[in-house]
Design a protein around this ligand. Sequence first.
Ligand code: FAD
Length: 359
Amino acid sequence: METFDCIVIGAGPAGVTAAAYLADAGAGVLLVDERPAIGGAASSRSGAEDDVAWLWPDRFYRLGALHQAVAQRAGRIAYRPSHRVGAIDGQDATIRSLADDTVATASAPCLLVATGAREIPPAFGLDPGRGVHGLSDPESLVEAMRERPGARVVVAGLGPLLWATAAHLAASRVRLAAVIDAAGRPTTLQALALLRQPGMVAQGLGWRRAVWSSRAPILRDSAVTATEGTGRLAAVTVAALDGGEPRRIEAEFLAIGYGVQPLCPLAPRGVRPGLVIAGDAERAAGFDAAVATGTLAAADVLRTLGRPVGPGLGAAIPAAEAELRALRPFLWALERWWSVPEALRPMLPDRQPGDQRDW
Ligand SMILES: Cc1cc2nc3c(=O)[nH]c(=O)nc-3n(C[C@H](O)[C@H](O)[C@H](O)COP(=O)(O)OP(=O)(O)OC[C@H]3O[C@@H](n4cnc5c(N)ncnc54)[C@H](O)[C@@H]3O)c2cc1C
C-alpha cells in the first residue's frame, strides 16, 4: 500500500491549490480525480479555441495556471487522473482506475475533500438520450444538436449556469424556443450586495445580452413542470410559479438544472482530525472561493501534520481570508435571489441535509 501525508480528492481549483501548497511545504501528496484532466468543473472539453471562451473571460488563463501548478511539481505531487476515490476507512482510501478498473488502497493521516458540487436536476431526471440535459455541459448539448439541425431547445432552471448555458447556446446559433427562469428580479438589498462584485455582475449581464440578442422568449418566475414525447422530447409544460395557466412549448431538447449543491459524500469538517473540506464541496461559490478555501485547507492540513506553514503559504493566507470576506455579501445575495422557490420544492429531488455550510 502506498502512503502519503495527504490524499487530495478532486483536481479542481481547490484541490490543486491545496496540493501545490502542501507539496511546497514538503508534504507527500496524492492528488486523485475521476476526470482525465485538471480543472474540475471549470475545465471545458473543447479547449482554448472554444469560440464561446468570452462567456468565462478568465477561465483559460486560470485553468492554465492550475495545469502549470501540477506540472511544475511533477516529482512532488503524485497525480492520478481518471481515478475515483470510493470508500474511506480510517486513514485508507480505496482508489479505482477508470481506465482498467483496477483497485488500489492508499493511506494518509490527512484527507482533503475537494470534490466540488453537483447539479440539482428536476425530479423527472435527466436523460440525454431523450434530449433532456443538465446545464453544466452545454458543449455536449451543442454536439447532440448537430445531428438534428433546426432542433429547438428550451433552457430552464435557476442560477448562473442557466444564463451561462443559454448564452452559450445562443452564441452557438442554436434555436432557443424559450429561457425559463424560476427566479424573479433581485430585491434592492440583494442588487446592492451583488454590485460589490462588479466583474461578476458584468459577466452575468454579458450572458443576458447574448440571450436578448437571440430574441428568445424569456419567462421569469416560471418552471418546466413536465415533459412530453415518446422516445424523444416533443414539448414541455411551463407553469408560472404564482399560479396561472400552464403553457406548452414545443422543443426537441431541454437543458435544465436548479443550481448546484456541495458534493461531499464524507463526514463534515472537524468530525475527525485530518479531514478537511475545501471549495464547492464545502460551499458552492465559484473559482476564486475554491482557490481561497484550498489555500486555507492546505494550512489546516499542515497544522494537523505538525509541519510549519512556510513563508509562501503564510503570505497567501491573509489574501485568501480577505477574498472570502469580500465575496460574502455577493454570495449572501445570490443564495437568496437564486434560492429554490417554495412552489418548486416538491418538483426537485430531496436535498442532502446539512450540505450547504458557511465559512
Ligand atoms: C461550465 C462551467 C464554467 C465555470 N466557469 C467559472 C468561471 O469562469 N468563474 C468562476 O468563478 N466559476 C466558474 N465555474 C464554477 C467553478 O468551476 C467551480 O466553482 C469550481 O471549479 C469549484 O472548484 P472545486 O475545486 O471546489 O471543485 P470542482 O472544480 O468541481 O472539482 C472537483 C473535482 O473532484 C472530482 N471528484 C469528485 N468526486 C470524486 C471522487 N470520488 N474521486 C475522484 N475525483 C472526484 C471531480 O471529478 C472534479 O474534477 C464554472 C462552472 C462550470 C460548470
